[in-house]
Design a protein around this ligand. Structure first.
Ligand code: PMP
Length: 306
């Protein structure tokens, strides 16, 4: 997970400004009502010295969709979006670390949806290059909201209040991540990632309508599974079915693909062959050791010295 860092620069409406100057007025809707939409993107160093960002176009599209669903105006072209990310990264990248980038639209003007104006803020954080180790996963008493309450499809800060509560609950049980169930008691997703489960050599994940974000990493996992000849199905998962899964992993841009070593205190094999095959291929692709037609990598134009 991202450590708390204070990078030197922040991109604000495309201009690079010092971290300390990147502040919001206390009465704006972005602060007062938590009006924001965001995306989290990840980039990796390749063995040949290039630096590649994963599925930037898809992140841009989901960002636009989140803004549309919250009636937050967002007019940027994809080219401007990507270029601004590149400009920030060129300032902050270091050879020893990968990078996680957060692009956020904060509501800075407007009232109850009248005359809403939003600023585009981009922050980027250094990330260790290590593959994440197996985790304990718990099942939360808190519930994923519904499409008609706080739609899970929108990537907005407000949606993470319940995830925060679930993580507080999880820490008491020594669980690094928690599963949120939906109102029918079936698996929705984790607090910051989706759930992949294996039963009888088939990978299963809940569809979005069960309460999950439209995950870009799940789509990558599905594409990898298809190319490895592993069956991949999107269908509802009962809580008890998750408890008897053969393998489980959490899956997301920041989380990547992390094996689960216990679910609700019940031991699981974190080295299950099915998810490990997908995971190994995932890291080969993001590190540029192999390519995949469904995984797009944008290379940051770097000066030769970085
Ligand atoms: N669900 C939630 C709540 C998340 O925050 C994330 C991380 N963005 C995901 C799922 C996984 O989505 P993605 O693979 O697009 O990062």
């Amino acid at each position: 997970m991202a450590e708390l860092q204070e990078p030197k620069y922040v991109s604000w409406n495309g201009e690079l400004i010092p971290w300390k100057e990147a502040t919001l007025q206390i009465d704006c809707e972005g602060v007062k009502r938590g009006l924001n939409v965001f995306e989290g993107l990840k980039g990796y160093w390749h063995d040949d010295g290039g630096f590649g960002l994963i599925q930037v176009k898809r992140h841009y599209e989901r960002f636009r969709e989140s803004a549309r669903l919250l009636y937050v105006p967002f007019e940027w072209t994809f080219e401007r979006y990507q270029e601004s990310i590149f400009n920030l990264m060129k300032k902050l990248l270091i050879p020893e670390k990968d990078m996680w980038i957060r692009t956020t639209l904060f509501g800075v003007e407007g009232h109850w949806g009248i005359d809403t104006k939003a600023d585009m803020v981009m922050t980027a954080f250094n990330q260790n290059k290590v593959m994440p180790g197996p985790i304990n996963l718990g099942i939360s008493n808190w519930q994923r909201s519904m499409d008609v309450s706080l739609p899970y499809r929108i990537k907005t800060g407000a949606n993470y209040q319940v995830g925060r509560l679930a993580r507080i609950e999880g820490r008491q049980k020594n669980c690094q991540e928690m599963v949120l169930l939906n109102r029918w008691g079936r698996v929705a997703e984790a607090t910051g990632a989706c759930i992949l489960m294996v039963r009888k050599n088939k990978i299963i994940t809940p569809p979005t309508y069960e309460g999950a974000l439209e995950s870009i990493t799940v789509d990558i996992a599905a594409a990898i599974a298809r190319s490895l000849g592993i069956e991949f199905e999107r269908r509802p998962i009962d809580k008890t079915e998750l408890l008897i899964a053969d393998e489980i992993a959490i899956c997301g841009t920041l989380a990547e693909i992390v094996p689960v070593k216990s679910i609700e205190g019940l031991p699981l094999n974190p080295e299950g062959a099915v998810l490990e095959a997908v995971r190994n291929r995932f890291f080969d692709i993001v590190r540029g050791r192999s390519s995949h037609p469904e995984v797009n990598i944008s290379f940051v134009p770097l000066p030769k010295t970085v």
